[in-house]
Unconditional design. Structure first.
Lengths: 296, 144
C-alpha cells in the first residue's frame, strides 16, 4: 500500500490534470462555437452548389459534357483526401477517420493514393505504409476558402492528368455536438446519389430534368463551376471536420475532467481512511502505553 | 403559380421564397425568369437581381456567381449578395477608397492579390451604385 505522502502527491497530480482538462474543455467549447457558426454559414451554399453539380451530372450525355464528369471505363488508381486534425486529445476523432479509411479502402479494387489534411492523419497513414501523395498540415484555425482551395485544385489536377481515375473525400460530418460521423463522398467523377440526406427534400420537389441551356456556353461555364464547386466541397468538408474535431475534443475533455474528479474523490477517501487508521493506531499505542504504566 | 427563388451567398442564405418573377444579370444579358422556364445554367455578372411577388419588388446586389434555373426553382449561388436595403454605403465607400489606394500604389506583389483588390473594388462600386439607384425613399436621380 502506498504511503500517505505518495497518496497526497497522487491526489495533487490528479487534481492538476483535471484542471488542465477543464481548461482544454473550455477552450474547445469556445472553438466549437465558432467552428459550428462557420460550418452552418457556408453549409447552405455548399449544399446548393452540390445540388447544381448533381443536376449537371444527371443530364443525358454526361459522358461527353465535361472531362471532370466522365466516368472512366476501367479505373486504375484512386485518390482519397483524408481530413483529420493536427492535434490529438480529441477522443476517438482521428482514429475513427483512419479506421474508416481502412474499412473503405484497404481492400479497394485499385491502388489508392492519399492526400492527408491534418498532421494526425498523415502520421497514421504513414505508419500504415500508405502511398501519400501530398500533405496539407497545420491549416489555420478558421481557414478561408483561399487557404484550402489548393487541396481541391491538386485533386482536380491529378484527375485531369489521368494519374487517378477516381477521387474520394473522407471527412467527419458534424451532425451535432455529441454526434460526428466519418463520411466518404465521391468527388470525381461525380456520383449521383439521390438518397443523400440533405439533398433529398430538394430532389422530391424538382428532380433532375431535361438538358440545360448554357450561358455563355457549356464548355466555359462547366470549366468554371466544376473545379470550383469541387474545391468548395473540400472546403466544406474541412469546416465540418474542424467543427467535429472541436466537439469531439470538448466531449473527451469533459469526460476526462469527470474521471479525474472521480479518481481524486476515490483517492481522497482512501487517504482519509489511511490517515484515520494511523491516528487510531497511534491512540491505541498511547492508550496501551498508558495502561502499561498505570499497571505498574 | 409562383416560382421558388433561393439566393445564397457564400456565407448565408440571403433570400428564399415563392415569387412571381426573378430578373437576373446573366452572362448573356438580363434574364427574366417566370415559372416553367426551361432549365438554364448561367454565370452571373455583377449586377442586380430583382425578385417580384405580389407587386412588391426586392432588389439584391449580386457580385458574380452562378444561377441555375429549373422549371419550378431558381437557385442563385452568388459570390456575394445582399438586399439593397442592407447595403452599408459608408463601408462600401471606405472599401472602395482602400482598394483604389492599393491600386494607386502600383502593382501588388502577386497576381492573386491584384485580383482580390480588383474584385473588392468592383464589389464596392456595385454596392454604391445599386444603393444609390434603388434604395427606397431616397432620391434616385439627384438633380432632377
Amino acid at each position: 500500500m502506498a504511503s500517505a505522502r505518495e497518496m497526497r502527491l497522487r491526489i495533487k497530480s490528479v487534481k492538476n490534470i483535471s484542471q488542465v482538462t477543464r481548461a482544454l474543455e473550455a477552450v474547445s467549447a469556445s472553438k466549437v462555437r465558432k467552428a459550428v457558426q462557420a460550418v452552418t454559414a457556408t453549409r447552405s451554399y455548399a449544399t446548393k452548389a452540390w445540388q447544381v453539380l448533381t443536376h449537371v451530372a444527371a443530364q443525358p450525355g454526361r459522358q461527353s459534357l465535361h472531362p471532370l464528369l466522365t466516368m472512366r471505363p476501367s479505373p486504375k488508381a484512386a485518390l482519397v483526401v483524408v481530413i483529420t486534425g493536427d492535434r490529438g486529445l480529441a477522443g476517438a476523432y482521428n482514429t475513427n477517420v483512419i479506421r474508416y479509411v481502412a474499412q473503405q479502402f484497404d481492400h479497394y479494387s485499385v491502388p489508392v493514393k492519399y492526400i492527408a489534411v491534418g498532421r494526425k492523419g498523415r502520421d497514421l497513414l504513414i505508419r500504415r505504409h500508405k502511398d501519400l501523395l501530398a500533405d496539407f498540415s497545420n491549416l489555420p484555425a478558421a481557414p478561408s476558402f483561399a487557404d484550402v482551395s489548393a487541396i481541391g485544385r491538386l485533386a482536380v489536377d491529378e484527375f485531369r492528368k489521368g494519374e487517378v481515375d477516381e477521387v474520394f473525400l473522407l471527412y467527419t460530418d458534424f451532425i451535432n455536438m455529441s454526434r460526428q460521423m466519418a463520411t466518404v463522398k465521391k468527388l470525381l467523377p461525380l456520383e449521383i446519389k439521390s438518397g443523400e440526406g440533405r439533398v433529398m427534400d430538394y430532389e422530391q420537389h424538382s428532380g433532375p430534368s431535361a438538358a440545360y441551356e448554357y450561358e455563355p456556353d457549356q464548355r466555359e461555364i462547366l470549366d468554371e463551376i466544376i473545379p470550383r464547386f469541387t474545391a468548395l466541397q473540400v472546403y466544406q468538408a474541412i469546416l465540418e471536420s474542424q467543427a467535429s474535431e472541436h466537439a469531439a475534443r470538448m466531449i473527451a475533455m469533459h469526460n476526462a475532467t469527470d474521471n479525474a474528479k472521480e479518481l481524486a474523490t476515490a483517492y481522497q477517501l482512501q487517504y482519509n481512511k489511511m490517515r484515520q487508521q494511523t491516528i487510531t493506531n497511534d491512540i491505541l499505542d498511547i492508550v496501551g502505553g498508558a495502561e502499561a504504566l498505570a499497571a505498574k | 403559380m409562383p416560382i421558388r427563388c433561393e439566393i445564397v451567398s457564400q456565407d448565408r442564405t440571403v433570400f428564399q421564397g415563392d415569387v412571381d418573377i426573378v430578373v437576373l444579370p446573366g452572362a448573356g444579358g438580363e434574364m427574366g425568369v417566370l415559372p416553367h422556364h426551361a432549365p438554364v445554367l448561367t454565370t452571373l455578372k455583377y449586377g442586380v437581381v430583382k425578385v417580384r411577388r405580389g407587386g412588391k419588388e426586392d432588389i439584391y446586389a449580386v457580385s458574380g456567381g452562378v444561377a441555375e434555373v429549373q422549371p419550378d426553382i431558381v437557385t442563385i449561388l452568388a459570390d456575394a449578395a445582399e438586399n439593397v436595403e442592407e447595403i452599408d454605403v459608408e463601408r462600401a465607400q471606405l472599401a472602395k477608397k482602400r482598394a483604389e489606394e492599393a491600386l494607386a500604389k502600383g502593382a501588388p506583389k502577386s497576381p492573386d492579390t491584384l485580383l482580390v483588390v480588383e474584385a473588392a473594388l468592383r464589389r464596392s462600386n456595385l454596392r454604391i451604385d445599386v444603393a444609390r439607384r434603388y434604395r427606397k425613399g431616397e432620391n434616385h436621380f439627384p438633380g432632377t
